[in-house]
Design a protein around this ligand. Structure first.
Ligand SMILES: [Zn+2]
Ligand SMILES: [Zn+2]
Length: 215
Protein backbone atom coordinates (compact mmCIF):
# COMPACT_ATOMS: atom_id res chain seq x y z
CA UNK A 1 0.00 0.00 0.00
CA UNK A 2 1.35 3.34 -1.06
CA UNK A 3 0.23 6.96 -0.95
CA UNK A 4 0.46 8.08 -4.58
CA UNK A 5 -0.34 11.69 -3.85
CA UNK A 6 -2.30 13.63 -1.23
CA UNK A 7 -5.16 11.38 -0.06
CA UNK A 8 -4.74 9.02 -3.02
CA UNK A 9 -3.62 5.49 -2.28
CA UNK A 10 -2.60 2.52 -4.37
CA UNK A 11 -4.02 -0.36 -2.32
CA UNK A 12 -2.19 -3.05 -4.24
CA UNK A 13 -3.03 -5.46 -7.00
CA UNK A 14 -5.65 -8.19 -7.00
CA UNK A 15 -6.48 -8.78 -10.64
CA UNK A 16 -5.97 -5.06 -11.27
CA UNK A 17 -4.50 -2.19 -9.29
CA UNK A 18 -7.05 -0.71 -6.92
CA UNK A 19 -6.91 2.97 -5.96
CA UNK A 20 -8.61 4.76 -3.10
CA UNK A 21 -9.26 8.45 -2.53
CA UNK A 22 -10.05 9.89 0.88
CA UNK A 23 -12.46 12.80 0.42
CA UNK A 24 -12.34 13.80 4.11
CA UNK A 25 -16.06 14.49 3.88
CA UNK A 26 -19.49 12.89 4.27
CA UNK A 27 -18.66 11.04 1.06
CA UNK A 28 -15.98 9.08 2.85
CA UNK A 29 -13.66 6.92 0.80
CA UNK A 30 -13.92 6.43 -2.96
CA UNK A 31 -12.56 3.40 -4.81
CA UNK A 32 -11.49 3.25 -8.42
CA UNK A 33 -12.36 -0.36 -9.31
CA UNK A 34 -12.53 -3.21 -6.82
CA UNK A 35 -10.06 -5.79 -8.04
CA UNK A 36 -10.86 -9.40 -7.21
CA UNK A 37 -10.36 -9.69 -3.46
CA UNK A 38 -12.25 -7.98 -0.69
CA UNK A 39 -9.41 -8.87 1.68
CA UNK A 40 -7.06 -6.55 -0.15
CA UNK A 41 -9.51 -3.66 0.22
CA UNK A 42 -9.96 -4.41 3.93
CA UNK A 43 -6.21 -3.94 4.45
CA UNK A 44 -6.75 -0.18 4.43
CA UNK A 45 -7.31 -0.58 8.18
CA UNK A 46 -3.52 -0.95 8.39
CA UNK A 47 -3.14 2.71 7.43
CA UNK A 48 -5.88 3.83 9.78
CA UNK A 49 -8.74 3.90 7.26
CA UNK A 50 -12.01 2.10 7.86
CA UNK A 51 -13.39 -0.09 5.02
CA UNK A 52 -16.88 0.68 6.34
CA UNK A 53 -16.25 4.30 5.28
CA UNK A 54 -16.06 3.35 1.58
CA UNK A 55 -19.14 5.03 0.09
CA UNK A 56 -18.49 4.99 -3.65
CA UNK A 57 -16.80 2.81 -6.25
CA UNK A 58 -16.24 4.05 -9.78
CA UNK A 59 -15.93 1.09 -12.14
CA UNK A 60 -13.73 1.74 -15.17
CA UNK A 61 -15.07 -1.17 -17.26
CA UNK A 62 -16.73 -4.57 -17.05
CA UNK A 63 -13.72 -6.91 -16.91
CA UNK A 64 -13.68 -9.37 -14.02
CA UNK A 65 -10.21 -8.32 -12.82
CA UNK A 66 -11.73 -4.88 -12.08
CA UNK A 67 -15.17 -5.88 -10.74
CA UNK A 68 -14.71 -9.36 -9.21
CA UNK A 69 -14.85 -8.13 -5.59
CA UNK A 70 -17.77 -5.68 -6.03
CA UNK A 71 -20.51 -8.01 -4.74
CA UNK A 72 -18.41 -9.09 -1.74
CA UNK A 73 -17.75 -5.42 -0.94
CA UNK A 74 -21.48 -4.67 -1.14
CA UNK A 75 -22.27 -7.62 1.15
CA UNK A 76 -19.69 -6.38 3.63
CA UNK A 77 -20.63 -2.70 3.46
CA UNK A 78 -24.19 -2.06 2.26
CA UNK A 79 -23.71 1.68 1.73
CA UNK A 80 -21.25 1.37 -1.17
CA UNK A 81 -22.62 2.75 -4.44
CA UNK A 82 -21.27 1.68 -7.82
CA UNK A 83 -20.95 3.78 -10.98
CA UNK A 84 -20.08 2.80 -14.55
CA UNK A 85 -20.78 3.77 -18.15
CA UNK A 86 -24.12 2.66 -19.53
CA UNK A 87 -22.44 0.81 -22.43
CA UNK A 88 -20.71 -1.51 -19.93
CA UNK A 89 -23.63 -1.70 -17.50
CA UNK A 90 -25.40 -4.92 -18.48
CA UNK A 91 -22.50 -7.35 -17.86
CA UNK A 92 -21.90 -5.63 -14.48
CA UNK A 93 -25.57 -5.78 -13.42
CA UNK A 94 -26.68 -9.11 -14.83
CA UNK A 95 -25.64 -12.73 -14.95
CA UNK A 96 -24.79 -14.52 -18.17
CA UNK A 97 -22.11 -12.23 -19.57
CA UNK A 98 -19.03 -14.30 -18.75
CA UNK A 99 -17.70 -13.84 -22.27
CA UNK A 100 -17.78 -10.04 -21.86
CA UNK A 101 -16.43 -9.96 -18.31
CA UNK A 102 -13.94 -12.76 -19.13
CA UNK A 103 -15.01 -14.38 -15.84
CA UNK A 104 -15.04 -17.78 -17.52
CA UNK A 105 -11.45 -17.28 -18.68
CA UNK A 106 -10.43 -16.51 -15.07
CA UNK A 107 -12.51 -19.48 -13.83
CA UNK A 108 -14.50 -17.12 -11.60
CA UNK A 109 -18.22 -17.01 -10.87
CA UNK A 110 -19.10 -13.31 -11.15
CA UNK A 111 -21.82 -12.03 -8.83
CA UNK A 112 -23.56 -8.97 -10.34
CA UNK A 113 -24.06 -5.62 -8.58
CA UNK A 114 -26.54 -2.83 -9.33
CA UNK A 115 -25.26 0.55 -10.45
CA UNK A 116 -26.41 3.71 -8.65
CA UNK A 117 -25.75 5.76 -11.79
CA UNK A 118 -24.84 4.97 -15.39
CA UNK A 119 -22.77 7.48 -17.33
CA UNK A 120 -24.11 8.45 -20.71
CA UNK A 121 -22.21 11.59 -21.64
CA UNK A 122 -18.74 12.22 -22.95
CA UNK A 123 -17.72 13.54 -19.51
CA UNK A 124 -19.75 13.21 -16.34
CA UNK A 125 -18.71 14.70 -13.04
CA UNK A 126 -19.26 13.03 -9.70
CA UNK A 127 -18.71 15.46 -6.85
CA UNK A 128 -17.63 13.76 -3.64
CA UNK A 129 -16.66 16.15 -0.88
CA UNK A 130 -14.76 18.98 -2.54
CA UNK A 131 -13.40 16.69 -5.23
CA UNK A 132 -14.68 16.49 -8.77
CA UNK A 133 -14.24 13.09 -10.35
CA UNK A 134 -14.33 13.68 -14.10
CA UNK A 135 -15.49 10.40 -15.60
CA UNK A 136 -14.40 10.50 -19.23
CA UNK A 137 -15.75 8.06 -21.78
CA UNK A 138 -12.72 6.38 -23.35
CA UNK A 139 -14.17 3.51 -25.39
CA UNK A 140 -12.08 0.96 -27.25
CA UNK A 141 -10.88 -1.72 -24.85
CA UNK A 142 -14.58 -2.14 -23.98
CA UNK A 143 -17.48 -0.04 -25.32
CA UNK A 144 -18.08 1.68 -21.99
CA UNK A 145 -14.52 2.07 -20.70
CA UNK A 146 -13.99 5.25 -18.75
CA UNK A 147 -10.96 7.07 -17.36
CA UNK A 148 -11.18 9.27 -14.29
CA UNK A 149 -9.45 12.63 -13.95
CA UNK A 150 -9.09 14.31 -10.60
CA UNK A 151 -7.40 17.63 -9.90
CA UNK A 152 -5.95 17.98 -6.42
CA UNK A 153 -4.04 21.13 -5.49
CA UNK A 154 -3.12 21.90 -9.05
CA UNK A 155 -2.01 18.36 -9.94
CA UNK A 156 -3.97 16.38 -12.49
CA UNK A 157 -4.22 12.74 -11.53
CA UNK A 158 -5.51 10.35 -14.19
CA UNK A 159 -6.86 6.89 -13.44
CA UNK A 160 -6.57 5.10 -16.75
CA UNK A 161 -7.05 1.46 -16.00
CA UNK A 162 -6.44 -0.56 -19.16
CA UNK A 163 -4.59 1.86 -21.42
CA UNK A 164 -2.46 -1.02 -22.68
CA UNK A 165 -5.57 -2.74 -24.10
CA UNK A 166 -5.70 -5.52 -25.06
CA UNK A 167 -7.96 -5.46 -28.10
CA UNK A 168 -10.38 -8.35 -27.73
CA UNK A 169 -12.09 -9.59 -30.92
CA UNK A 170 -15.86 -9.02 -30.85
CA UNK A 171 -15.68 -6.70 -27.81
CA UNK A 172 -13.00 -4.06 -28.42
CA UNK A 173 -12.79 -1.43 -31.14
CA UNK A 174 -9.29 -0.52 -32.24
CA UNK A 175 -10.15 2.86 -33.81
CA UNK A 176 -12.09 3.96 -30.74
CA UNK A 177 -9.19 2.81 -28.58
CA UNK A 178 -6.68 4.89 -30.54
CA UNK A 179 -8.95 7.96 -30.41
CA UNK A 180 -9.38 7.51 -26.67
CA UNK A 181 -5.62 7.40 -26.15
CA UNK A 182 -5.26 10.66 -28.08
CA UNK A 183 -8.00 12.20 -25.95
CA UNK A 184 -6.12 11.17 -22.79
CA UNK A 185 -2.85 12.66 -24.09
CA UNK A 186 -4.57 16.04 -24.40
CA UNK A 187 -5.46 16.03 -20.71
CA UNK A 188 -1.77 16.61 -19.86
CA UNK A 189 -2.04 14.63 -16.64
CA UNK A 190 0.78 14.93 -14.10
CA UNK A 191 0.29 11.49 -12.62
CA UNK A 192 -1.12 8.36 -14.25
CA UNK A 193 -2.48 5.57 -12.06
CA UNK A 194 -2.63 2.58 -14.38
CA UNK A 195 -4.45 -0.70 -13.89
CA UNK A 196 -1.67 -3.22 -14.41
CA UNK A 197 1.62 -1.35 -14.78
CA UNK A 198 1.68 0.96 -11.79
CA UNK A 199 2.10 4.69 -11.48
CA UNK A 200 3.70 7.05 -13.96
CA UNK A 201 4.95 10.59 -13.29
CA UNK A 202 5.86 13.36 -14.06
CA UNK A 203 3.76 14.53 -17.03
CA UNK A 204 6.48 13.66 -19.55
CA UNK A 205 6.41 10.02 -18.36
CA UNK A 206 2.62 9.94 -18.61
CA UNK A 207 2.83 11.22 -22.19
CA UNK A 208 5.55 8.72 -23.06
CA UNK A 209 3.52 5.82 -21.66
CA UNK A 210 0.28 6.73 -23.43
CA UNK A 211 2.14 7.47 -26.66
CA UNK A 212 3.71 4.02 -26.62
CA UNK A 213 0.29 2.53 -27.42
CA UNK A 214 -0.58 4.96 -30.22
CA UNK A 215 0.09 3.59 -33.70
ZN1 LIG B 1 -9.84 -4.80 -19.12
ZN1 LIG C 1 -7.51 -4.94 -16.60
Amino acid sequence: MQEVYKNIYHLGDSGCSVYLINTHSQDGLVLIDCGMQLNMIKKISKIGLNPMHIKHCIITHFHIDHIGACADLKDYNKQVKFYAHQLDATPIEERGYDRETVASWYGVNYKPVKLAKKFVGEIEILKFGNLEFNCIHTPGHTPGSISVLLEIEGKKVLFGQDLHGPIIPGISNFNDYQNSLRKLLELNADILCEGHFGIFQPASEVQRYINSYIE
